[in-house]
Design a protein around this ligand. Structure first.
Ligand code: NAP
Length: 264
């Protein structure tokens, strides 16, 4: 999705840039970053390089340091600086739907790379975060890290139905940040919808399909739903601001993504 949304944005802004894809092996990363320093304005970095790229950079943003991963690099004045825009993308996507997370109780499902960025950013924004994950040890480790680094409480939970049902009664926002329900396994759902409740904000960061089974079932119950395209577009817009100091055209980018995903 990234080439589609960034190239649509550059065209709209009349900027002479292209966003391309590079398949870089682990043993090629260092040489690639050296070349990119002189030939590119910036980069997005994805799995498996989000952590291993860090020692190759000259500086890290506060978010990238806390999260311990980089998804955006800017090359400027001979320096390579690392940032992480995933968490901010999630928070801005909620905000544009009228959901301010400060002071709210948020349950994050998942403890992988995306959940990690989201959990930290939510805590930084003043949310009261709990984390539930299939592998409970990962949820515990992440919750401990968030609590100690942000000085905000963060609890780890199991994904047992009983535990989640009771937690959901007290939370304002649920963010699903696992890969369950992603294409092609679109019938999969991590938690039974019977434990959701009317009025709960349910965000699914999976964006393919745009309407996941979780979102469809949550809608039927009367939850407020937020799809994953918003996070994708807002993390991309934040990256463009870092690379080019521009205000990215979020709606143009969103339309480009919806067009690629076959939803108008
Ligand atoms: P990741 O680091 O591989 O983490 C995967 C997470 O999903 C882990 O918490 C894992 O639990 C859980 N999981 C996977 N299969 C599961 C199953 N069958 N049952 C229960 N839990 C399961 O992946 P990621 O980078 O965090 O990405 C997660 C999803 O978010 C992907 O679908 C990705 O496309 C999407 N995403 C969206 C955006 C956006 O902008 N909208 C940005 C980033 C990622 P365990 O720890 O137990 O394995």
């Amino acid at each position: 999705m990234s080439p589609a949304m960034h190239n649509a944005s550059f065209k709209h802004l009349g900027l002479p840039y292209r966003f391309g894809l590079f398949d870089v092996g682990e043993d090629e990363l260092s040489a690639f970053i050296s070349t990119a320093r002189t030939e590119m304005q910036g980069l997005n970095v994805t799995i498996p390089h989000k952590v291993s790229v860090m020692p190759l950079l000259d500086g890290l943003s506060k978010e990238a340091q806390l999260i311990g991963a980089v998804n955006t690099i800017r090359f400027k004045d001979g320096k390579a600086l690392g940032f992480n825009t995933d968490g901010v993308g999630c928070v801005r996507s909620l905000r544009e739907q009228g959901v301010e997370v400060s002071g709210e109780r948020v349950l994050v499902l998942g403890a992988g790379g995306a959940a990690r960025a989201i959990g930290f950013q939510l805590a930084l924004e003043g949310a009261d975060v709990s984390i539930a994950n299939r592998s409970q040890d990962k949820a515990e480790k992440l919750a401990e890290e968030i609590a100690s680094k942000t000085k905000r409480g963060c609890r780890a939970l199991t994904i047992e139905e009983k535990t989640l049902a009771s937690e959901i009664q007290g939370v304002d926002v649920l963010v699903h940040a696992t890969s369950v329900g992603m294409h092609p396994k679109t019938e999969d759902i991590l938690i039974p919808s019977r434990i959701l409740r009317r009025g709960l904000v349910v965000m699914d960061i999976v964006y393919n399909p745009v309407k996941t089974r979780l979102l469809l079932e949550a809608e039927k119950i009367g939850c407020r739903t937020v799809d994953g395209v918003g996070m994708l577009v807002h993390q991309g817009a934040a990256s463009e601001r870092i690379w080019l100091d521009v205000e990215a055209p979020v709606e143009v980018m969103r339309e480009a993504v919806y067009a690629r995903l076959g939803k108008s």
